[in-house]
Design a binder for this molecule. Structure first.
Ligand code: MIC
Ligand code: SF4
Length: 639
């Protein structure tokens, strides 16, 4: 049997373990990326590890999330990251350069390499034929310190693409279609590998849109082959020498196969409040739109924005719509300034804002109360826009632009209008936003630490018995945005867990934090896919700070499960999902003989209040057991 592309790259990077599905392996990490909202924690942890220079081929620290500087906090965090980057041999990308994933694709990603990023959308690099994985900050800090990462060998799903997209359909519609088929938990423990005849009709940036939003499937990563389109993309970025052709073997063995005929797709939208709540635009109908936001790491490429400019050229944005556009990178914006596309966009009545994450993470541009907002982004979780009662629809740039003109959700196919073909130009190299690390010994480089930066919380060694109170009984698909909300008000405190913890679960239960402070030792009960979404380890660190000792859920999302383990919080899975009903808010719960349970994989959970008991699966690799026993990764490393 032949090999999948994903397994070929993983095997090439194998440091320890065997390529057996579900088993742990340690792989070499060639590149890392961080961004600022998770980055301060990453670099605080790197500092705590006493390393000199990073061990990767390339590590980049991007500033793109916390760019609203309404006080000193974000600016202090940026200064901290810049100083640590300089000290440890990490490239620093200044605010204004653009969004980490778009920038990494343009400037640094290489086919066949591994990339670990402290952001869940790191799989964007899969568009270039990389194994690019999102992880918690601590895992990225360790990868910088020792050049490795440990994961369980994922299953591989083949998505066989045939046909060609029709006008008004784009890469966004492909991934929305896949999300409709597989759902937000359909990719957990899997790599999504795209193959087939249809691949050649997709550019690298189209592919990157698809692999980017593979994060919403819960997948470990997504990957495309590296072919002539990859070579051409790299050539236009003045780095053709980074090209290597890569593909799966003809007879590669896949765990699942999904067929997608590109020529059958129609413009789609993910309706509120989940990326898998997908419907045809034509079926949703012409609902009135208040805001349209174009950008984010999913859809802010040159081609995306040039299509938008072409649709807007000579037209007027509807008077009831606020159209806001955030380009993916400084190179893209500069090119559009040069070729007149920026003029077309501005003349239509659009607002052009900074090259950054911006509205995608609620950093400004929150829509009005009860608004309908169309966004080309990747997540439409309730409240993420900063307006709790807004309804966010995720759509392609084409659908967004035409809808901004018409004032209602519009299926471009029905308009009879045409979009000209966009030809990618050559981009000039521009390093003016990059700060390079100092050469030679940097041990004495001063690290700038503003007053907002507080030490991260540490757990204690695992004990054999834990008694805790249920401080939250949550439903299915709880997101890390639910656990640790992020917006312009809270993002400035990403390096201040004590402050942030006051807002933990704020949108779901405003009493959670207070209740935990009273209970001191706490347990959270969760449903399916607990912790989906972002890689933010704050969703583990804030609960840790509040005394959460373990979480029992029906199932967990991959990155959050790792973040819990890294923090020494036990993620336990109900053996019988119906036992979820046996627990209520305020119940006293006891775990006994914990060490033995780690060996057998079965934990007895006693609900002392209700006088019932059940079994929870405590299935961990030897490495994870070691982390849990030590009270988290940092403690285990110190040992
Ligand atoms: C997101 O899109 O939710 C974020 C903000 O980029 C996060 C990282 C974070 O929470 O800082 C992610 O996707 O990992
Ligand atoms: Fe930034 Fe949004 Fe992408 Fe997260 S999803 S990296 S907030 S643009």
């Amino acid at each position: 049997m032949g090999k999948t592309l994903a397994y070929k790259i993983l095997e090439n990077h194998l440091v320890d373990g065997k390529m057996v599905k579900g088993e742990p392996i340690k792989i070499k990490i060639d590149q890392t990326l961080t961004q600022d909202s998770t980055g301060t924690m990453v670099y605080l942890q790197l500092e705590a590890m006493d390393v000199d220079k990073v061990k990767t081929e390339l590590s980049v620290a991007y500033i793109d999330h916390n760019t609203l500087q309404t006080g000193f906090e974000n600016a202090d965090d940026h200064a901290f990251i810049k100083s640590v980057a300089k000290r440890h041999g990490v490239l620093f990308s200044k605010p204004g350069n653009g969004i980490c994933h778009q920038l990494h694709l343009e400037n640094y990603g290489k086919p066949g390499k591994t990339l670990l990023g402290s952001d869940s959308h790191t799989p964007t690099g899969g568009g270039l034929g990389m194994i690019a994985i999102g992880a918690g900050g601590l895992d990225v800090a360790v990868a910088m310190a020792d050049g490795t990462y440990t994961l369980n060998v994922p299953a591989v799903v083949k998505v066989n693409l045939t046909g060609k997209l029709r006008e008004w359909c784009s890469a966004k519609d492909v991934i929305l279609h896949v999300l409709r088929l597989l759902t937000v938990k359909g990719g957990v423990g899997k790599i999504i590998e795209y193959t087939g005849d249809g691949v050649k009709s997709l550019s690298v940036t189209d592919r990157a849109t698809i692999t980017n939003m593979g994060a919403e499937l819960g997948a470990t990563t997504s990957i495309f082959p590296s072919d002539e389109n990859t070579r051409e993309y790299l050539r236009l970025q003045e780095r053709e020498e980074d090209y290597v052709p890569l593909r799966a073997d003809e007879d590669a063995d896949y765990d699942e196969v999904v067929e997608v005929d590109l020529s059958e797709l129609e413009p789609l939208a993910a309706m509120p409040h989940s990326p898998d709540n997908v419907e045809k635009v034509s079926k949703i109908g012409e609902i009135k739109v208040d805001q349209v936001a174009i950008g984010s790491c999913t859809n802010s490429s040159y081609t995306d924005l040039m299509k938008v400019a072409a649709i807007l050229r000579g037209k007027k944005v509807n008077e009831d719509v606020s159209l806001v556009i955030s380009p993916g990178s400084s190179k893209i914006l500069a090119k559009m300034a040069e070729n007149g596309a920026l003029r077309d966009i501005i003349n239509s009545g659009a607002r052009v804002i900074e090259n950054a994450c911006g509205p995608c993470i609620g950093m400004g541009q929150s829509p009005k109360s009860g608004a309908i907002s169309l966004r080309t982004f990747n997540r439409n979780f309730k409240g993420r826009s900063g307006t709790l009662d807004a309804g966010v629809y995720l759509v392609s740039p084409e659908t967004a632009a035409i809808s901004a003109i018409k004032g209602v959700l519009t299926d471009g196919m029905k308009t009879g209008e045409h979009i000209p073909e966009i030809i990618m130009p050559e981009f000039d190299k521009n390093d003016n936003f990059i700060v390079k690390p100092a050469g030679g010994s940097t041990q004495n480089t001063e690290v700038e630490m503003g007053p907002n930066i507080k030490p991260f919380p540490r757990n204690v060694e695992l004990t054999d018995t834990i008694r805790a109170k249920v401080t939250l009984h949550a439903g299915d698909n709880i997101t890390t945005d639910d656990i640790m909300p992020s917006d312009s008000r809270l993002l400035p405190y990403r390096s201040n867990i004590p402050h942030l913890s006051n807002y933990c679960f704020e949108k779901i239960d405003s009493e959670f934090s207070k209740r935990c402070q009273e209970a001191k030792s706490c347990v959270i009960i969760g449903g399916e896919n607990y912790g989906q979404g972002s890689s933010r380890e704050h969703a583990a660190l804030a609960p840790l700070y509040l005394g959460v000792r373990f979480v029992i859920a029906k199932s967990f999302a991959r990155i959050h499960r790792s973040n819990l383990i890294n923090s020494g919080i036990l993620p336990l899975v109900f053996e019988n999902p119906n036992d979820y009903e046996e627990f209520s808010l305020g119940d006293e719960v006891e775990l006994i003989d914990i060490m033995q349970a780690l060996d057998t994989g079965n934990m007895t959970v006693k609900n002392a209040t209700k006088g019932v008991e059940c079994t929870a699966l405590a299935e961990y690799s030897d490495y994870e057991k070691m982390l849990l026993k030590a009270g988290g990764k940092i403690n285990s490393m110190k040992k």
